[in-house]
Design a protein around this ligand. Structure first.
Ligand code: SAH
Length: 348
């Protein structure tokens, strides 16, 4: 199996069958070998730097009904909130003072935030913080809307594709949502000129090892600037409340494979990974990730943006999260750096 990792290390791609062999034989020893190689590749591109992104969860209203997600429309127990433009600017101000130079505006698909309201917010943030990158993560929109957000100053867009398999997609989403549309969105975003992030959950219901192999083939083809992955974790008020969570081991293994497949990719060690294990985010960095995304949302709303159960850091102030992350990264020999942290190939 090590030969396959060596091959991936030098060629940055494998066949579906080869990826599948690695995924089905993953064990502790093979993982350690993979992570060593992934760290080497990451070090050559990014050194020991870890980029931070300030995550602002600005609305938990959502018109969609994804079966796995705690803020799905049908969850009547979710207490809904929206931040105002001023709230958002205040989060940015606090974040800026703490050294953040990327802000991520994430939310459900909330019709209240029309293109007009969004472009107003985007240009307000970019006017006040021209040296910062602004990332959006607000779901599927038309080409025109994406263009308008880009013209208003948005730099990056996160839209996890959730699964590379259209049949699997149908098992995770209600009939109105289409895999093809989501994929088209990713290509639209790329064509417009965004730095684009896709991603998927590890261990989502009905996911197979073949699906995971297909994820890597899909990633190689799309070649995104960023890839966000984390374990699926059940939320008690969803149809998947009794489903098993994804494992930390497989999430880490996938992080390592992604680093070797896309050496320059911006790869977050996610909050979900930190939720299934107290040292999950540190282990994610040790497996090849190079980004962390501490929360900048006001503490008053944090517990309400609950996509899955037991989410961490919902009681901490932004400054505490920033400090805690710095210490965690230092403890494993990495430096949190301020700076936009663009993809080397982004042309900025
Ligand atoms: N509405 C935006 C942002 C979605 S939330 C959009 O459509 O892109 C961000 C991500 O959280 C989702 O893309 C999904 O991959 C992840 N997520 C949602 N529910 C989850 C769960 N139960 N466990 C783990 N991750 C989950």
């Amino acid at each position: 199996m090590r030969e396959l990792i060596d091959k991936l290390y030098s060629e940055h791609s494998l066949s579906r069958e080869e990826y599948l062999r690695l995924i089905t034989r993953a064990d502790a020893q093979l993982s350690e070998y993979l992570f060593e190689k992934a760290r080497e590749v990451r070090k050559a591109v990014y050194g020991n730097d870890v980029y931070i992104r300030g995550l602002i969860e600005f609305t938990n209203y959502c018109k969609n009904d994804c079966l796995y997600c705690g803020i799905r429309r049908s969850n009547k127990n979710a207490e809904r909130y929206r931040l105002t433009k001023d709230d958002i600017l205040l989060c940015c101000k606090e974040g800026y003072e703490l050294g953040f130079r990327t802000f991520v505006l994430q939310g459900g698909e909330d019709p209240y935030f029309t293109d007009e309201r969004m472009t107003d917010i985007i240009s307000a943030v970019k006017t006040r913080y021209p040296d910062c990158a602004l990332t959006l993560s607000i779901g599927e929109k038309s080409h025109e809307s994406y263009q308008a957000f880009f013209d208003a100053g948005a730099d990056r867009y996160l839209l996890r594709h959730e699964t590379a398999d259209p049949q699997h997609y149908k098992k995770l989403h209600p009939a109105g949502l289409s895999w093809q549309n989501r994929i088209n969105c990713l290509y639209d975003l790329k064509a417009i000129g965004y730095q684009v992030g896709c991603g998927f959950m590890v261990g989502s219901p009905y996911q197979t090892a073949e699906n995971l192999a297909d994820e890597l083939i899909f990633l190689k083809k799309l070649s995104p600037h960023m890839v966000g992955i984390g374990p699926f974790i059940a939320h008690h008020d969803t149809p998947f409340s009794n489903e098993k969570s994804g494992t930390m081991e497989m999430t880490l293994f996938m992080l390592g494979l992604i680093r070797l497949t896309l050496p320059e990719v911006l790869l977050p060690s996610t909050t979900a990974l930190g939720t299934i294990h107290p040292l999950g985010r540190e282990k994610g960095i040790m497996a090849g990730a190079n980004v962390v995304m501490p929360n900048l949302s006001p503490v008053s709303v944090r517990k309400k943006y609950l996509l899955y159960d037991n989410k961490i850091c919902t009681g901490d102030e932004s400054a505490q999260c920033r400090e805690c992350m710095q210490n965690r990264m230092r403890s494993i020999g990495y430096n949190v750096v301020t700076g936009r942290g663009d993809h080397p190939g982004a042309g900025v």
